[in-house]
Ligand binder design. Structure first.
Ligand SMILES: C[S@@+](CC[C@H](N)C(=O)[O-])C[C@H]1O[C@@H](n2cnc3c(N)ncnc32)[C@H](O)[C@@H]1O
Length: 260
């Protein structure tokens, strides 16, 4: 990635790129992975919000509200929303906590350019940053949130270590993530939806349907909620928990940085 800098709202030309592989379970870091993920999201920024609403069957606002609740944001908090994209979580934090200072950080500037134009977008501090190497001080934030970050990073433990570092002791992280369809009676239907319906919807709405084919494959390839909880615990977090939504295909995770 290029040098980190505060995001100034400038929209740049999309570099063309091949699509990334879904983040693997391997701890090794793929140096190109981040560049390709950022480029992919920049390429779909203008259609992202519509696609997101369609793919979550209109449930996204409820999931975002639940994630913000789980972050236990105190009065007057400084909050980091990582992988903020077009700012769904950042803007919800400000709606519920008007006294909060919210930093929205992402490495795809065109996603943030869309967010900046949304209502309340001028109250978010937008920062271009890689979640694997955050440009923030130790213990700078009272809470951290992120939506759909972990399945996109090449090194989940490194991402969680950075969150642990920038969070103050006693602060909470809350994350919205996709989850592999559980092995139950609805699995054939959810798999059909993820593999067949999602890419076709993408073809109707987005001009880069292959990007959503990547999203559906990364949804299936992503780790189970129990594994994600284990990774939070390995990073040093305590009081780790999660709840499932939409027949187990979406999860809200939460965890606290211990006080001592
Ligand atoms: C699916 S979008 C989610 C956006 C928003 N959080 C939401 O809930 O709608 C994933 C976002 O993660 C960002 N992202 C992925 N990996 C990242 C990384 N290593 N550092 C910063 N942003 C990252 C992408 O650029 C993209 O904007």
């Amino acid at each position: 990635m290029g040098p980190l800098r505060p995001y100034d709202g400038r929209v740049t030309e999309n570099p063309s790129s091949s699509l990334p592989r879904p983040a693997s379970a391997s701890p090794s870091v793929d140096a190109d992975h981040g560049t390709r993920v950022a480029s992919m999201f920049d390429g779909i920024a203008g259609r992202y919000d519509l696609m997101n609403a369609v793919m979550t069957w209109g449930q996204e606002p409820r999931l975002v509200r639940r994630t913000v609740e789980r972050a236990n944001i105190p009065a007057g908090a400084r909050v980091l929303d990582l992988a903020t994209g077009t700012g769904d979580l950042a803007l919800e934090i400000l709606r519920r906590h008007p006294d909060a200072q919210v930093v929205g950080a992402d490495f795809a500037p065109e996603m943030m350019a869309v967010g900046k134009e949304r209502e309340g977008g001028d109250r978010v501090e937008w920062v271009e940053a890689d979640a694997l190497d955050l440009p923030f001080a130790d213990e700078e934030f009272d809470a951290v949130t992120h939506g759909y970050l972990l399945r996109n990073v090449a090194d989940i433990p490194a991402a969680l270590a950075e969150q642990f570092r920038v969070l103050r002791p006693g602060g909470w992280v809350a994350a919205l993530e996709t989850s592999p369809a559980p092995d139950n009676i609805i699995k054939p239907f959810s798999s059909f939806y993820i593999h067949r319906v999602m890419p076709r919807l993408a073809r109707l709405i987005a001009d880069r349907p292959e990007a959503y084919e990547y999203l559906s494959s990364s949804t299936q390839a992503f780790r189970s909620p129990e594994e994600v909880a284990g990774l939070f615990a390995d990073a040093g977090f305590v009081d780790v928990g999660h709840e499932l939504f939409m027949f187990g295909t979406l999860a809200v995770h939460w965890a606290m940085k211990p006080v001592v």
